[in-house]
Ligand binder design. Structure first.
Ligand code: SD4
Length: 335
């Protein structure tokens, strides 16, 4: 099938790509637990602060711990993301991530520091800490992005260990999917998802990272927004940072994270900027957003935060002012 047709089918009818399990999650909502309060009522200017997509309190705790022990914001986001990459239960990040249609687990990640340096890996196989490889690309090479075999070779040469990332649980899920090789998207079901994390240290220094195994059962070779600087992540130390989760193709088309940072530069709050970035997607003429989810989170230099999504049950975890908690995001589609 030609690419255009495939993507059209994937996003409009939901047939042919498994967007459901890796797009949106809210374990608490799915389990019928009470939903935490919306973000809008509680944006503080307290530093340091760490925010991350979804319900990842262990990851934000790790990042805050790094900041409080004198580590940099860059160390904080890397260490925080590594917690989820190592968590085999998370089926959309690192080890245990759901594979593509052919059974390959391929990871995408990027990282960006306060000086505007960045590094990324795409289609990385067999190395679970994709975020750390991305950092190595940033720090030890003249490049921004390495892909596939080259990324793996670089990781091995840098001392990373190769291991099989396909767990029994993910293999079983893939085998089940193969029976029909199609399904309609199921929005808002899963434990947690792609992790995008932003940290601002006590001096207002900002860094961010984003790591994922991408959409479940994607076409072999498909890359999403998560490793694309400006789409899945963007940081500008004068302004703030933003990161994304959800159907990467739609984030890439609107360069979502860069857009949010630029909107904050123009004076919008992180919340307003996230809302406008979602608006750019859903307000496109003829855009059928019913079957896909996008969630954005953002932070500015003062420590104010925001998050917004197309559909309900996106959440952000925020560690600020001694409190580490999941916050339910406000959302566009109230129909
Ligand atoms: C992607 N944005 O590869 C990622 C997937 C994701 O929640 O965020 N899933 O398109």
């Amino acid at each position: 099938m030609k690419r255009r047709k495939f993507l059209k089918n994937a996003s409009l009818t939901g047939v042919g790509i498994a967007v459901g399990s890796s797009i949106v999650s809210c374990d608490d909502a799915a389990q019928g637990k009470p939903i935490p309060p919306k973000i809008n009522s509680e944006s503080k200017t307290v530093l340091p602060v760490v925010v991350a997509t979804w319900h990842v309190e262990e990851a934000t705790a790790k990042a805050m711990d790094v900041l409080q022990s004198g580590g940099t914001a860059l160390d904080a986001v890397e260490q925080g993301c590594k917690i989820e990459e190592a968590n085999e239960k998370g089926q959309s990040v690192g080890k245990g991530g759901l594979p593509d249609r052919e059974g390959n687990v391929t990871l995408d990640a990027c990282i960006m520091d306060d000086k505007g340096n960045c590094g990324a890996v795409v289609y990385l196989k067999d190395i679970k800490h994709a975020v750390s490889v991305a950092r190595k690309v940033m720090e030890d090479t003249p490049h921004v992005m390495l892909a596939g075999e080259g990324a793996k070779q670089f990781a091995l040469e840098s001392g990373f260990e190769a291991e099989d990332l396909l767990t029994e649980a993910s293999k079983k899920a893939w085998e089940k999917w193969k029976i029909e090789a199609k399904y309609k998207p199921i929005i808002n079901i899963e434990n947690h998802d792609t992790i995008g994390m932003l940290a601002v240290d006590k001096n207002g220094t900002i860094s961010g990272a984003c790591t994922t195994s991408g959409l479940a059962y994607k076409m072999n070779g498909r890359i999403g927004d998560s490793p694309i600087i400006g789409s899945g992540l963007f940081v500008d130390n004068e302004v703030g940072g933003a990161t994304a989760t959800g159907l990467g193709e739609e984030v890439v088309k609107t360069v979502g994270s860069f857009l949010i940072v630029e909107l904050m530069r123009q004076g919008k709050t992180p919340q307003e900027a996230c809302e406008e970035a979602i608006g750019r997607i859903v307000n496109k003429p003829g855009k059928d957003y019913k079957d896909f989810q996008i969630g954005y989170i953002a932070v500015n230099k003062k420590g104010e935060t925001g998050c917004y999504s197309i559909h309900q049950y996106f959440s952000m975890t925020k560690y600020q002012d001694g409190e580490n908690k999941q916050i339910q995001s406000d959302f566009f589609n109230k129909a």
